[in-house]
Design a protein around this ligand. Structure first.
Ligand SMILES: *[C@@H]1O[C@H](CO)[C@@H](O)[C@H](O)[C@H]1NC(C)=O
Ligand SMILES: *[C@@H]1O[C@H](CO)[C@@H](O)[C@H](O)[C@H]1NC(C)=O
Ligand SMILES: *[C@@H]1O[C@H](CO)[C@@H](O)[C@H](O)[C@H]1NC(C)=O
Ligand SMILES: *[C@@H]1O[C@H](CO)[C@@H](O)[C@H](O)[C@H]1NC(C)=O
Ligand SMILES: *[C@@H]1O[C@H](CO)[C@@H](O)[C@H](O)[C@H]1NC(C)=O
Ligand SMILES: [Cu+2]
Length: 230
């Protein structure tokens, strides 16, 4: 515990805010007074909007159906909320692990860790479930997972969520190599961007340098946490 405290103190309060930790750490008092996180706009025909981490480690909604050709846009909270997230395709069997390519299948889509952005995927096969999670250290194990077109029996969303939560803090920290557009049963049209319709206010958009720094900070913190747990 003393060691854990020492490791934590190595990082600035800003970096600590990136790390997040279990709720309610997201409502940190060290974050600068900031504009409210914009909410996803209302759905329109053929376009579904999802809030990423709307004040908790979740997607809202996190279990929904979408037909072929439907665009699903994930709205990431503003940088001044202080926490990075991702929408990373996984599998039912491994809720907190990126869906790597196999001899049978291509790799999954991934927004990469980001903030103050939108990321849009288009459904390409609505007959098969799409499982996703946040790759920021520990978020998946806190239940930050979602499903599109999940079965209502057998491999259900509730089972998927339970499996993620069961992994909990033993979740393996994932690499972040930025956005992957091609996915399985859905793919992205572009890397995360704040330039689409309904873009965030300019003041809340991170510079690319800041985003890179945050990614490094997140990786260091993830590594530190694993060391502390070991
Ligand atoms: C998805 O559609 C199926 C089939 O119509 C339905 O049984 C299921 O409840 C729907 N799931 C959600 C989350 O709405
Ligand atoms: C948007 O559409 C999805 C999928 O049908 C649905 O789950 C969600 O509740 C809708 N959002 C709103 C705000 O109505
Ligand atoms: C490839 O697909 C076949 C048939 O669906 C399945 O039996 C096999 O386990 C799959 N292999 C991999 C590596 O996913
Ligand atoms: C959606 O696309 C997939 C892949 O082409 C196809 O197998 C499926 O039948 C389509 N769904 C509907 C409802 O047409
Ligand atoms: C997205 O999926 C469609 C249908 O499978 C495919 O034609 C297209 O090439 C894919 N695009 C990308 C960027 O992977
Ligand atoms: Cu997250």
């Amino acid at each position: 515990m003393l060691f854990a405290t020492g490791v934590t103190l190595l990082f600035s309060s800003f970096a600590l805010a990136q790390y997040g930790g279990p709720p309610p750490a997201q409502t940190t008092t060290t974050a600068p007074a900031a504009a409210a996180v914009p909410s996803a706009p209302a759905n329109t025909t053929g376009h579904v909007n999802i809030n990423v981490a709307p004040g908790s480690f979740t997607y809202s909604p996190n279990n929904f159906n979408a037909t072929n050709g439907t665009q699903v846009t994930f709205w990431f909270p503003a940088i001044n909320q202080g926490i990075m997230h991702s929408v990373t395709q996984g599998s039912f069997a491994n809720p907190c692990t990126y869906l790597a390519a196999t001899s049978n299948s291509s790799a999954g889509f991934d927004s990469g860790l980001t903030n103050s952005d939108q990321f849009t995927i288009t459904i390409t096969d609505d007959t098969k479930p799409i499982w996703f999670h946040c790759k920021f250290p520990l978020h998946c194990g806190l239940g930050m997972v979602g499903a599109i077109n999940a079965p209502t029996s057998g491999n259900t969303f509730d089972s998927f969520m339970a499996a993620a939560v069961k992994i909990g803090s033993s979740e393996v920290t994932e690499n972040d190599n930025g956005a992957v557009l091609s996915g399985v049963n859905a793919n992205a049209t572009a890397a995360p961007s704040a330039t689409g319709s309904g873009a965030l206010p300019a003041a809340t958009q991170p510079s690319s340098a800041l985003k890179t720094g945050v990614n490094v900070g997140a990786a260091l913190l993830g590594a530190a946490f694993v060391l502390v747990l070991a």
